[in-house]
Write a protein that binds this ligand. Structure first.
Ligand code: FAD
Length: 402
């Protein structure tokens, strides 16, 4: 019976293992993860957990008893150091573990502020793991001064938590505007206004040049030459897929571990899913950094290891919580040329609809769950209502589905 080994024990790994078992796989399943904690959900880390509104226990995807019942071996605190695809072994230092099929769900690692500019001073944090959040949590005390480097979703969520907890918050974003990489100017404008209304100082087009302090950070120097006194710093400047193991094993890498539409890599017995994997959508290759993608892709691989031969059709969606605003995103906005706005009937309720020509690509819905839901269904069905139909407040969105 086949032994299926999974490297990385996070969102994708957990989804994969339980799906494989549910599909009737009789052989051994082993998850190997280098973090000490059982697989957990990351989204609350920069939201409810950091705010203190969610207990640690609720972060875990499943308790140990679920793995025991499903006969899934979980080895936590164990880093895989190499893969030998010829002999089909993974190595944890000197210990070898044989596999028949290997699934790489190694996730991604945050880009760190370089040590040369003080990125290794105490009081400088990233936002990726439970340990990162537990380390920064004691700094979240009223009136402390935090500098957040990076105005993407992670940085803005951390800013929202800090502002809610009464800290003095400054966000610097090197690009012209916050969320520039991922959203239209209209969405940036919405979140800029939201953060301003909560007292956050947003500096766009401004970078970080240097962090100073003896052992602990005390001052930041900005690209404008200004200095800021700070108590701590959070970097939310992006992630890189964890591809080193796969690359060293000779597996093809292209913007992540390159897979085909079935989740298979260039090695016949190695598969990849989640943040670490890129896969084809039409003529392009994408890598998505989201929970729904990690789960869906992992479950497709489980089916394909069982011989189903199913193509992965991604249905991208994402969310972000900041203050009392829930942003929900459907679709991928890459290549958009027009954005139209539909104003909702509740305060702060609005949605931005991205088009390329007449084709609807994506929707950013802020406190507008209906717009999100219908936008998602339209995109998945390949339907593109005319943009003036969307902006017309008299349009009953649901009617567009029929
Ligand atoms: P992960 O869950 O990161 O798991 C990978 C695991 O592999 C890690 O534990 C890693 O340490 C381990 N690993 C790596 N190399 C090795 C090795 N050699 N040996 C052993 N183990 C190894 N997504 C959303 O959709 N919505 C959100 O609101 C959202 N918010 C987020 C907030 C935060 C703070 C963060 C960090 C992420 C957020 N995401 C969100 C993204 C989402 O959490 C990720 O896309 C998802 O966790 C990816 O799952 P994964 O299994 O690919 O990787």
């Amino acid at each position: 019976m086949k032994h299926v080994v999974v490297i990385g024990a996070g969102q994708a790994a957990s989804a994969f293992a339980f799906k494989l078992r549910a599909l009737g796989h009789k052989g051994a399943i082993t998850l190997i993860g280098d973090e000490p904690a059982l697989p957990y959900q990351r989204p609350p880390l920069s939201k409810a957990y950091l705010l203190g509104d969610m207990s640690r226990e609720r972060l875990f995807l499943r308790p140990q008893s679920s793995y025991d019942e499903a006969d899934i071996t979980v080895r936590m605190g164990a880093a895989v150091t190499s893969i030998d695809p010829k002999t089909q072994q993974v190595y944890l230092g000197g210990e070898g573990i044989a596999y028949d099929e290997l699934v790489l769900t190694t996730g991604s690692a945050p880009i760190r502020l370089p040590a040369q500019i003080g990125g290794d001073l105490q009081g400088v944090f990233c936002v990726r793991t439970l340990a990162d959040i537990d380390a920064m949590a004691p700094y979240f005390i009223e009136n402390r001064r935090v500098l957040i480097v990076g105005g993407g979703y992670i940085g803005l969520e951390a800013a929202a938590v800090a502002a809610k907890r009464g800290l003095h918050v400054t966000v610097v974003e090197m690009a012209e505007r916050i969320l520039q990489r991922v959203a239209a100017p209209q969405t940036s404008d919405y979140f800029r206004a939201l953060h301003h209304s909560h007292g956050v100082t947003l500096r766009e087009g401004v970078g970080l040049t240097q962090l100073n302090g003896d052992d602990h950070v005390t001052q930041a120097v900005l690209s404008t030459g200004e200095t800021l006194d700070v108590d701590f710093v959070i970097a939310g400047i992006g992630i890189r897929p964890n591809t080193a193991l796969a690359e060293a094993a000779g597996v093809k890498i292209k913007n992540g571990i390159s897979t085909d539409a079935f989740g298979a890599t260039s090695d016949p017995h190695i598969w990849a899913a989640g943040d670490c994997a890129s896969f084809p959508i039409g003529d392009t290759r994408v890598r998505l950094e989201s929970v729904p993608n990690a789960i869906d892709q992992a479950e497709i691989i489980a089916q394909n290891i069982m011989g189903a031969g199913i193509v992965y059709h991604a249905k991208p969606w994402f969310w972000s919580d900041q203050y009392d605003v829930k942003l929900q995103i459907a679709g991928l906005n890459t290549g958009y040329d027009t954005v139209v706005t539909r104003v909702g009937d509740k305060p702060h309720s609005v949605s931005h609809w991205y088009y390329c020509g007449e084709t609807l690509l994506a929707v950013d819905a802020m406190n507008a769950p209906r717009d999100y839901m219908i936008g998602k269904r339209l995109i998945e069905a390949g339907k593109s209502p005319a943009s003036d139909v969307i902006t017309n407040p008299d349009t009953v969105l649901k009617s567009l589905l029929s």
